[in-house]
Design a protein around this ligand. Structure first.
Ligand SMILES: Nc1ncnc2c1ncn2[C@@H]1O[C@H](COP(=O)(O)OP(=O)(O)OP(=O)(O)O)[C@@H](O)[C@H]1O
Length: 747
């Protein structure tokens, strides 16, 4: 007797109903007897049922809402699933991941990892592991490298998702706890210590973007990795807003470093450092680690308010984790000491303050008497002469262009604010070059000579807009325009092209091509980046002049507007020469341009550059290789942050275009960063910003679910007469299609 299969059948009223298949017609319509329901019999095409051996009811009971695909039903579906702690949902092959803000039991266990291995998308409940596995299988079958683009706003869960993806790949296809996979995973605590910080939106916010590649050999075993990083937020090194912190590593040193190291580097408590004491000075601790701290290590605020709590963060333990990870990555004791020494040097440098020098007739400044100690500690840690450091901070060498002998090098005394800027520029350069060095060092320890393919995971900040937006938001939104264009091409354009090739009657979905917005920003010669670079090369660059140039060159362009035309009152107060508004794909953003010129320039002035290049500390020297550009002694050199980012992004886009791609859209459920709170309005706007609205439109009219010939054949073959069952799956599907069409014609 034929085995009766149990299936879940979609029903508009009852959701999904469990039943057994009684009979199947030639057109694939099955008659199903419900197990327990008021229906006596149901009919449903086999393509729309789900086999009970692969799914339990909880996988489907909220799917009925998606009979009508639109942003509202999607939102409702995500909400229903989120309420049941099902944080992952698919829209076709795109994974939507809602940050649960609590640990869901067994969601990422080794058992769960195993259960996803080799399973097609949809066989198991939606998960990041399923996307990792699909990428791996696609890499093998298509013999093509793959990338996974993880996007979302700050705190949406991009970095955590990235870590799970990497763990999945390394755990399943590494050589069981082999050194390479461990090293790839060890990169995370190190990069988080140096590149993550507490912000008001995320306690562990990555302040840089990254593309992490896991490389595989021709037997599809992990053989190495490579990390590219983008746009470390430098302003944070010198200042943070009241409730935010500097990079974690500063607090790890204060709270977690052994006493001997702290003494050696003169590290005390956050209150004692200018670069830390303007922001939040509390440590992240647990009850246990709080007891390990001496009061002398704690700030006043920490003493009065206690430690900050976050299950993922602990400044005491995290120092050990970072140090162990660096050690496993192959950094010797002395290499690690070099790194910590530079971190300490930045802190002491920040404590060097300046005041007007009454003896200087040209309005110059001098180092305040009470910061002499910091100056000498900073000089010692940097391996430079304190006198030379002082000189390089309070004056700058210039080449005379008028009067006297043309080209003579002269010393120009700096005013207090100029010396402050010089000090901050030096601190930022030391720290960001240190960050570059650490990433390079990690890459050196995970080399991949024998790589055949790779799977790359992109974790980069999503579209951003605040009340005040500066150069950082400009760069990140430019990056998101490029990624959105890529998404449109991969998901919307390619899909519609396929329908056309297959002669399927699907209405055309209009999505706005954002090339014009990309041109406005990156176009050679007239794009905003070019105008900014040109302005920076002028003898006296001015933000106002730059801003007016932008407005003039792009007057009347759809994407550019004056801030006073903004719908938001906060922006209407911005004068024409103080900013511009760009109509991005995700909405209009008003940028204030006051700091664009300064933030776009990575170069140190010549006195500071030669100071570090001639340091007695070989490590510091290695962080500043002499550049050809800075040879004109006395000239403030210019190194464009925007151009560098544009080039890096171009390379990244080329990489993405040459790989197969999967998308993960991370969603932040609420602004309070708590579990079980679903703020529908903000979630809907996140879905819109990530382009999901257009995808829904396409899916509603298109064919988002595809089945392999073999799978379709498998659904039917048990019920087929032997002649049909003996057909090869592809032929069988063709025959079935013809029969089905003919039946429709007869009817
Ligand atoms: N899958 C998850 N399970 C449990 N908690 C999570 C998960 N994903 C994220 N979180 C929590 O949310 C916090 C923020 O996540 P994450 O740092 O990954 O966000 P992000 O999108 O990378 O933000 P940013 O752009 O600021 O770096 C984490 O520190 C963690 O507490």
């Amino acid at each position: 007797m034929m085995e009766r299969q149990k299936v879940w059948v979609p029903d508009p009223v009852e959701g999904f109903i469990l039943g057994t298949i009684q009979d199947i017609g030639h057109d694939g319509e099955a008659t199903i007897l419900p197990v327990e329901s008021k229906h006596s019999r149901l009919t449903c095409n086999l393509e729309r049922v789900y086999y009970a051996e692969q799914h339990d009811k909880t996988d489907f009971d909220d799917n009925c809402a998606l009979m009508y695909l639109n942003p509202a039903t999607l939102l409702n579906n995500i909400r229903t699933r989120y309420d049941k702690d099902k944080i992952y949902t698919y829209v076709a092959n795109i994974l939507i991941a809602v940050n649960p803000y609590f640990e869901i039991r067994d969601l990422y266990s080794s058992m769960t990892i195993k259960s996803y291995q080799g399973k097609s998308l949809g066989v198991m409940p939606p998960h990041v592991f399923a996307i990792a596995d699909k990428s791996f299988r696609d890499m093998k079958v298509l013999k093509q490298s793959q990338s996974i683009i993880v996007s979302g706003e700050s705190g949406a869960g991009k970095t955590e998702s990235t870590k799970y993806l990497l763990r999945y790949l390394c755990e399943l296809w590494g050589t069981t706890a082999g050194p390479i996979e461990q090293k790839i995973l060890d990169a995370n605590p190190v990069m988080e210590a140096f590149g993550n910080a507490k912000t008001t939106r995320n306690n562990n916010s990555s302040r840089f973007g990254k593309f992490m590649e896991v490389h595989f050999d021709n037997r599809y075993q992990v053989v190495g990795g490579f990390i590219s990083h983008y746009l470390l937020e430098k302003s944070r090194i010198c200042r943070q807003s009241e409730h935010e912190r500097n990079y974690h590593v500063f607090y790890l040193l204060c709270a977690g470093a052994p006493e001997s190291l702290r003494e050696q580097l003169n590290i005390t408590k956050p209150d004692d450092f200018h670069y830390l004491n303007h922001g939040c000075t509390q440590y992240f601790t647990t009850n246990a680690t709080e007891k390990q701290l001496n009061n002398s290590q704690k700030s006043q605020n920490h003493l009065s308010k206690g430690g900050l709590r976050d299950t993922m963060l602990d400044d005491v333990e995290d120092f050990k984790n970072m140090d162990t990870a660096l050690n496993r990555l192959g950094l010797s004791d002395s290499e690690r000491l070099n790194i910590y020494t530079m971190v300490a040097a930045v802190l002491h440098l920040g404590n060097v303050a300046f005041e007007d020098n009454p003896e200087d007739t040209k309005g110059g400044c001098k180092v305040c008497a009470n910061s002499e100690k910091s100056l000498s500690i900073a000089a010692k840690l940097m391996g430079v002469d304190p006198g030379e450091l002082r000189q390089a901070l309070v004056s700058r060498v210039m080449q005379s262009s008028r009067g006297g002998l043309k080209g003579t090098v002269i010393m120009v005394p700096l005013k207090v604010y100029e010396a402050n800027n010089a000090r901050d520029a030096l601190a930022k350069a030391v720290y960001s070059n240190l960050f570059d060095h650490i990433v390079q060092r990690i890459n050196k320890s995970i080399p991949f000579k024998a790589s055949s393919y790779y799977i790359g995971v992109l974790d980069i900040a999503g579209f951003e807009y605040f009340t005040v937006n500066s150069f950082e938001q400009f760069c990140i939104n430019y990056c998101n325009e490029k990624l959105q264009q890529f998404f449109n091409e991969r998901i919307l354009k390619d899909e519609q092209d396929l329908y056309q090739r297959e002669a399927l009657q699907v209405p055309k979905i209009d999505f706005r091509d954002n090339q014009d917005c990309i041109d406005l920003i990156e176009c050679k010669g007239t794009g905003i980046f070019s105008i900014l670079d040109e302005e920076s090369k002028l003898p006296k660059p001015s933000p106002e002049h730059f801003t007016m140039e932008v407005h003039q060159k792009w007057a009347g362009h759809f994407r550019l507007a004056l801030p006073r035309t903004s719908r938001l009152k906060a922006h209407r107060d911005t004068r024409d020469n103080e900013g511009f508004m760009i109509r991005h794909f995700a909405g209009a953003v008003c940028y204030r341009t006051g700091e664009f010129i300064e933030k776009n320039n990575d170069a140190l002035h010549a006195s500071l550059e030669s100071l570090v290049q001639e340091s007695r500390n070989p490590f510091l020297q290695s962080l500043f290789p002499s550049s050809n550009m800075s040879q004109q002694k006395g000239k403030l050199t210019f190194s464009s942050v925007g151009s560098k980012f544009k080039t890096q992004l171009g390379e990244l886009m080329d990489k993405l275009k040459s790989t197969g791609t999967n998308f993960i859209r991370c969603i932040k459920p609420n602004q309070k960063m708590v579990d079980h709170q679903f703020e529908g309005g903000s979630i809907l706007s996140q879905l819109e910003c990530s382009g999901m609205t257009s995808v829904m439109e396409l899916m509603q009219n298109g064919f988002p679910s595809r089945v392999q010939f073999a799978d379709l054949y498998k659904m039917y073959h048990k019920f087929l007469p032997p002649k049909l069952a003996s057909l090869e799956p592809r032929v069988f599907c063709k025959v079935r299609q013809i029969v089905y069409k003919e039946l429709i014609c007869i009817n």
